[in-house]
Design a protein around this ligand. Structure first.
Ligand code: B12
Length: 212
Protein backbone atom coordinates (compact mmCIF):
# COMPACT_ATOMS: atom_id res chain seq x y z
CA UNK A 1 0.00 0.00 0.00
CA UNK A 2 1.27 3.46 -0.99
CA UNK A 3 2.42 5.54 2.00
CA UNK A 4 0.37 8.61 1.08
CA UNK A 5 -2.86 6.65 0.87
CA UNK A 6 -2.13 5.00 4.22
CA UNK A 7 -1.68 8.51 5.63
CA UNK A 8 -5.20 9.41 4.44
CA UNK A 9 -6.65 6.32 6.11
CA UNK A 10 -4.85 7.28 9.32
CA UNK A 11 -5.98 10.92 9.13
CA UNK A 12 -9.61 9.82 8.92
CA UNK A 13 -9.22 7.18 11.58
CA UNK A 14 -7.35 9.74 13.74
CA UNK A 15 -10.02 12.47 13.10
CA UNK A 16 -7.38 14.86 11.74
CA UNK A 17 -9.52 17.71 10.42
CA UNK A 18 -6.54 20.04 9.92
CA UNK A 19 -4.27 17.59 8.13
CA UNK A 20 -6.57 15.93 5.62
CA UNK A 21 -6.45 18.50 2.80
CA UNK A 22 -2.65 18.46 2.54
CA UNK A 23 -2.66 14.66 2.48
CA UNK A 24 -5.25 14.55 -0.29
CA UNK A 25 -3.26 17.13 -2.28
CA UNK A 26 -0.15 14.98 -1.89
CA UNK A 27 -1.91 11.92 -3.32
CA UNK A 28 -3.28 13.98 -6.22
CA UNK A 29 0.18 15.40 -6.93
CA UNK A 30 1.57 11.87 -6.95
CA UNK A 31 -0.90 11.11 -9.73
CA UNK A 32 -3.56 9.11 -7.89
CA UNK A 33 -7.09 9.42 -9.28
CA UNK A 34 -9.84 10.91 -7.08
CA UNK A 35 -11.69 7.58 -7.39
CA UNK A 36 -8.70 5.65 -6.01
CA UNK A 37 -8.27 8.12 -3.16
CA UNK A 38 -11.93 7.66 -2.25
CA UNK A 39 -11.91 3.86 -2.48
CA UNK A 40 -8.53 3.14 -0.94
CA UNK A 41 -8.06 6.07 1.42
CA UNK A 42 -11.32 7.59 2.58
CA UNK A 43 -13.57 4.52 2.58
CA UNK A 44 -10.96 2.37 4.34
CA UNK A 45 -10.35 5.09 6.94
CA UNK A 46 -14.08 5.25 7.64
CA UNK A 47 -14.25 1.47 7.99
CA UNK A 48 -11.65 1.74 10.75
CA UNK A 49 -13.72 4.48 12.45
CA UNK A 50 -16.79 2.21 12.26
CA UNK A 51 -14.89 -0.65 13.86
CA UNK A 52 -13.73 1.57 16.74
CA UNK A 53 -17.33 2.74 17.25
CA UNK A 54 -18.51 -0.88 17.37
CA UNK A 55 -15.79 -1.76 19.87
CA UNK A 56 -16.70 1.18 22.12
CA UNK A 57 -13.45 3.06 21.56
CA UNK A 58 -15.15 5.84 19.57
CA UNK A 59 -18.43 7.57 20.38
CA UNK A 60 -21.04 9.42 18.34
CA UNK A 61 -19.06 12.68 18.51
CA UNK A 62 -16.16 10.84 16.87
CA UNK A 63 -18.41 9.60 14.05
CA UNK A 64 -19.57 13.17 13.49
CA UNK A 65 -15.97 14.35 13.43
CA UNK A 66 -15.02 11.60 10.93
CA UNK A 67 -17.85 12.85 8.69
CA UNK A 68 -16.46 16.39 8.94
CA UNK A 69 -12.94 15.22 8.03
CA UNK A 70 -14.34 13.55 4.91
CA UNK A 71 -16.35 16.67 4.00
CA UNK A 72 -13.13 18.69 4.16
CA UNK A 73 -11.51 16.38 1.58
CA UNK A 74 -14.42 16.02 -0.84
CA UNK A 75 -14.33 19.40 -2.65
CA UNK A 76 -10.69 18.79 -3.62
CA UNK A 77 -11.65 15.49 -5.20
CA UNK A 78 -14.89 16.68 -6.74
CA UNK A 79 -13.27 19.55 -8.63
CA UNK A 80 -10.88 17.08 -10.26
CA UNK A 81 -13.58 14.76 -11.52
CA UNK A 82 -15.24 15.45 -14.87
CA UNK A 83 -18.55 17.31 -14.76
CA UNK A 84 -21.45 15.02 -15.53
CA UNK A 85 -24.35 15.05 -17.94
CA UNK A 86 -23.28 13.46 -21.18
CA UNK A 87 -26.46 11.66 -21.91
CA UNK A 88 -26.31 8.36 -20.02
CA UNK A 89 -29.54 9.19 -18.22
CA UNK A 90 -30.72 10.73 -14.98
CA UNK A 91 -30.23 8.98 -11.65
CA UNK A 92 -32.33 9.86 -8.62
CA UNK A 93 -30.06 9.52 -5.61
CA UNK A 94 -31.23 9.31 -2.01
CA UNK A 95 -30.51 7.90 1.42
CA UNK A 96 -33.62 6.06 2.64
CA UNK A 97 -36.13 7.47 5.12
CA UNK A 98 -34.89 7.55 8.72
CA UNK A 99 -31.22 7.37 7.72
CA UNK A 100 -28.99 10.45 7.60
CA UNK A 101 -25.72 8.88 6.41
CA UNK A 102 -24.65 10.78 3.32
CA UNK A 103 -20.95 10.19 2.63
CA UNK A 104 -21.37 6.99 0.60
CA UNK A 105 -24.34 8.46 -1.28
CA UNK A 106 -22.32 11.53 -2.17
CA UNK A 107 -19.43 9.40 -3.41
CA UNK A 108 -21.80 7.39 -5.60
CA UNK A 109 -23.18 10.69 -6.96
CA UNK A 110 -19.71 12.04 -7.69
CA UNK A 111 -18.61 8.91 -9.53
CA UNK A 112 -21.81 8.62 -11.59
CA UNK A 113 -21.73 12.32 -12.40
CA UNK A 114 -18.08 12.15 -13.45
CA UNK A 115 -19.03 9.36 -15.84
CA UNK A 116 -21.88 10.94 -17.76
CA UNK A 117 -24.99 10.52 -15.62
CA UNK A 118 -27.17 13.42 -14.56
CA UNK A 119 -27.67 13.29 -10.78
CA UNK A 120 -30.84 14.34 -9.02
CA UNK A 121 -29.71 14.25 -5.40
CA UNK A 122 -32.65 14.31 -3.00
CA UNK A 123 -30.41 14.17 0.07
CA UNK A 124 -30.85 12.04 3.18
CA UNK A 125 -33.85 10.72 5.11
CA UNK A 126 -35.95 10.75 1.94
CA UNK A 127 -39.46 9.26 2.02
CA UNK A 128 -40.44 6.88 -0.81
CA UNK A 129 -43.25 9.20 -1.90
CA UNK A 130 -40.78 11.99 -2.62
CA UNK A 131 -38.60 9.67 -4.69
CA UNK A 132 -41.55 8.50 -6.74
CA UNK A 133 -42.93 12.03 -7.18
CA UNK A 134 -39.50 13.02 -8.53
CA UNK A 135 -39.41 10.02 -10.89
CA UNK A 136 -42.81 11.00 -12.23
CA UNK A 137 -42.03 14.72 -12.51
CA UNK A 138 -38.63 14.32 -14.19
CA UNK A 139 -39.04 11.07 -16.13
CA UNK A 140 -35.82 9.78 -14.49
CA UNK A 141 -35.80 5.98 -14.63
CA UNK A 142 -32.71 5.15 -12.56
CA UNK A 143 -32.92 5.20 -8.76
CA UNK A 144 -29.90 4.74 -6.46
CA UNK A 145 -30.73 4.15 -2.80
CA UNK A 146 -28.21 4.23 0.00
CA UNK A 147 -28.95 2.58 3.36
CA UNK A 148 -26.60 2.17 6.30
CA UNK A 149 -28.96 1.45 9.16
CA UNK A 150 -30.31 -2.07 9.47
CA UNK A 151 -33.37 -0.64 11.20
CA UNK A 152 -34.26 1.50 8.16
CA UNK A 153 -34.02 -0.98 5.29
CA UNK A 154 -37.80 -1.22 4.94
CA UNK A 155 -37.43 2.18 3.27
CA UNK A 156 -36.14 0.28 0.25
CA UNK A 157 -39.26 -1.87 0.03
CA UNK A 158 -41.37 1.28 0.30
CA UNK A 159 -39.68 2.72 -2.78
CA UNK A 160 -40.26 -0.54 -4.67
CA UNK A 161 -43.91 -0.65 -3.56
CA UNK A 162 -44.54 2.99 -4.40
CA UNK A 163 -43.14 2.46 -7.91
CA UNK A 164 -45.70 -0.36 -8.28
CA UNK A 165 -48.48 1.87 -6.97
CA UNK A 166 -47.44 4.57 -9.44
CA UNK A 167 -47.58 1.99 -12.25
CA UNK A 168 -43.92 2.46 -13.24
CA UNK A 169 -42.24 -0.57 -11.62
CA UNK A 170 -41.30 -2.04 -15.01
CA UNK A 171 -39.82 1.23 -16.25
CA UNK A 172 -37.54 2.05 -13.29
CA UNK A 173 -34.34 0.39 -12.13
CA UNK A 174 -33.85 0.49 -8.36
CA UNK A 175 -30.28 -0.12 -7.26
CA UNK A 176 -29.27 -0.37 -3.61
CA UNK A 177 -26.01 -0.02 -1.71
CA UNK A 178 -24.54 1.07 1.62
CA UNK A 179 -22.95 -0.75 4.53
CA UNK A 180 -26.02 -2.70 5.71
CA UNK A 181 -27.21 -3.85 2.28
CA UNK A 182 -26.45 -7.08 0.43
CA UNK A 183 -27.47 -9.21 -2.52
CA UNK A 184 -29.89 -11.10 -0.24
CA UNK A 185 -31.47 -7.88 1.00
CA UNK A 186 -31.87 -6.75 -2.60
CA UNK A 187 -33.86 -9.93 -3.38
CA UNK A 188 -35.88 -9.62 -0.19
CA UNK A 189 -36.85 -6.00 -0.90
CA UNK A 190 -37.60 -6.62 -4.57
CA UNK A 191 -35.01 -4.12 -5.84
CA UNK A 192 -33.21 -4.64 -9.17
CA UNK A 193 -29.55 -4.74 -8.16
CA UNK A 194 -27.11 -4.42 -5.29
CA UNK A 195 -23.69 -2.80 -5.55
CA UNK A 196 -21.00 -3.06 -2.90
CA UNK A 197 -19.03 0.03 -3.94
CA UNK A 198 -19.55 3.26 -5.86
CA UNK A 199 -17.63 1.70 -8.75
CA UNK A 200 -20.19 -1.14 -8.77
CA UNK A 201 -22.92 1.50 -8.93
CA UNK A 202 -21.27 2.86 -12.06
CA UNK A 203 -20.96 -0.59 -13.66
CA UNK A 204 -24.62 -1.38 -12.94
CA UNK A 205 -26.01 1.92 -14.24
CA UNK A 206 -23.69 1.75 -17.28
CA UNK A 207 -25.20 -1.62 -18.16
CA UNK A 208 -28.75 -0.27 -17.77
CA UNK A 209 -27.92 2.83 -19.79
CA UNK A 210 -26.42 0.72 -22.61
CA UNK A 211 -29.54 -1.48 -22.71
CA UNK A 212 -31.96 1.45 -23.08
C1 B12 B 1 -19.77 8.50 9.66
C2 B12 B 1 -20.86 7.67 10.30
C3 B12 B 1 -21.94 8.37 10.87
C4 B12 B 1 -22.12 9.88 10.73
C5 B12 B 1 -22.63 10.19 9.31
C6 B12 B 1 -22.09 11.51 8.82
C7 B12 B 1 -22.52 11.82 7.44
N1 B12 B 1 -22.48 13.12 7.16
O1 B12 B 1 -22.87 10.97 6.62
C8 B12 B 1 -23.18 10.20 11.83
C9 B12 B 1 -22.47 10.68 13.08
C10 B12 B 1 -24.26 11.20 11.47
C11 B12 B 1 -23.75 8.81 12.12
C12 B12 B 1 -24.90 8.64 12.84
C13 B12 B 1 -25.39 7.40 13.23
N2 B12 B 1 -24.81 6.20 12.99
CO1 B12 B 1 -23.30 5.96 11.79
N3 B12 B 1 -21.69 5.53 10.97
C14 B12 B 1 -20.80 6.25 10.35
C15 B12 B 1 -19.64 5.34 9.85
C16 B12 B 1 -18.46 5.44 10.80
C17 B12 B 1 -19.16 5.60 8.47
C18 B12 B 1 -20.26 5.62 7.40
C19 B12 B 1 -19.63 6.06 6.12
O2 B12 B 1 -19.74 7.21 5.73
N4 B12 B 1 -18.87 5.14 5.49
C20 B12 B 1 -18.06 5.44 4.29
C21 B12 B 1 -18.88 5.35 3.06
C22 B12 B 1 -18.00 5.69 1.85
O3 B12 B 1 -19.30 4.02 2.99
P1 B12 B 1 -20.77 3.61 2.59
O4 B12 B 1 -21.75 4.60 3.01
O5 B12 B 1 -20.95 2.19 2.95
O6 B12 B 1 -20.71 3.76 0.98
C23 B12 B 1 -19.90 2.97 0.13
C24 B12 B 1 -20.61 1.71 -0.36
O7 B12 B 1 -21.44 1.15 0.62
C25 B12 B 1 -21.32 2.13 -1.59
N5 B12 B 1 -22.65 2.69 -1.55
C26 B12 B 1 -23.21 3.57 -0.69
N6 B12 B 1 -24.43 3.92 -1.09
C27 B12 B 1 -24.67 3.26 -2.24
C28 B12 B 1 -25.78 3.25 -3.07
C29 B12 B 1 -25.76 2.44 -4.20
C30 B12 B 1 -26.95 2.43 -5.10
C31 B12 B 1 -24.63 1.62 -4.49
C32 B12 B 1 -24.65 0.71 -5.65
C33 B12 B 1 -23.51 1.64 -3.65
C34 B12 B 1 -23.55 2.46 -2.54
O8 B12 B 1 -20.46 3.11 -2.14
C35 B12 B 1 -19.72 3.80 -1.14
C36 B12 B 1 -18.32 3.95 -1.63
O9 B12 B 1 -17.82 2.79 -2.20
C37 B12 B 1 -20.35 3.93 9.90
C38 B12 B 1 -19.42 2.72 10.04
C39 B12 B 1 -19.31 1.92 8.76
N7 B12 B 1 -18.40 1.00 8.76
O10 B12 B 1 -20.04 2.10 7.80
C40 B12 B 1 -21.35 4.11 11.05
C41 B12 B 1 -22.61 3.28 11.08
C42 B12 B 1 -23.23 3.16 9.69
N8 B12 B 1 -23.48 4.07 11.94
C43 B12 B 1 -24.19 3.35 12.76
C44 B12 B 1 -25.11 3.86 13.73
C45 B12 B 1 -25.71 2.84 14.67
C46 B12 B 1 -25.43 5.23 13.76
C47 B12 B 1 -26.42 5.90 14.71
C48 B12 B 1 -27.74 5.14 14.93
C49 B12 B 1 -25.69 6.15 16.04
C50 B12 B 1 -26.55 6.64 17.18
N9 B12 B 1 -26.53 5.85 18.22
O11 B12 B 1 -27.20 7.66 17.07
C51 B12 B 1 -26.66 7.26 14.00
C52 B12 B 1 -27.86 7.18 13.01
C53 B12 B 1 -28.41 8.48 12.62
C54 B12 B 1 -29.43 8.30 11.50
N10 B12 B 1 -30.70 8.44 11.79
O12 B12 B 1 -29.06 8.01 10.38
C55 B12 B 1 -23.92 1.87 12.58
C56 B12 B 1 -25.06 1.17 11.81
C57 B12 B 1 -25.32 -0.23 12.33
C58 B12 B 1 -26.40 -0.87 11.55
N11 B12 B 1 -26.04 -1.86 10.76
O13 B12 B 1 -27.55 -0.51 11.63
C59 B12 B 1 -22.54 1.88 11.83
C60 B12 B 1 -22.31 0.68 10.88
C61 B12 B 1 -21.45 1.91 12.94
C62 B12 B 1 -21.37 0.61 13.71
N12 B12 B 1 -20.46 -0.25 13.31
O14 B12 B 1 -22.11 0.38 14.61
N13 B12 B 1 -22.95 7.83 11.60
Amino acid sequence: MNESITAIQQAIDGLDLDGIRALVMKCLEEGMSPEAIIQEGISKGLEAVGRKFEEGEYFLADLIMAGEVVKEAMPLLKERMNPGGSGKGAVILATVAGDIHEIGKNIVGMILSANGFEIIDLGVDVPAQKIMATAQATGARFIALSALLTTMVEGIREVVDSSKAAGIREQVKIVIGGACTSEDLCQEMGADAYGETAIDALKIFNSYSAAR
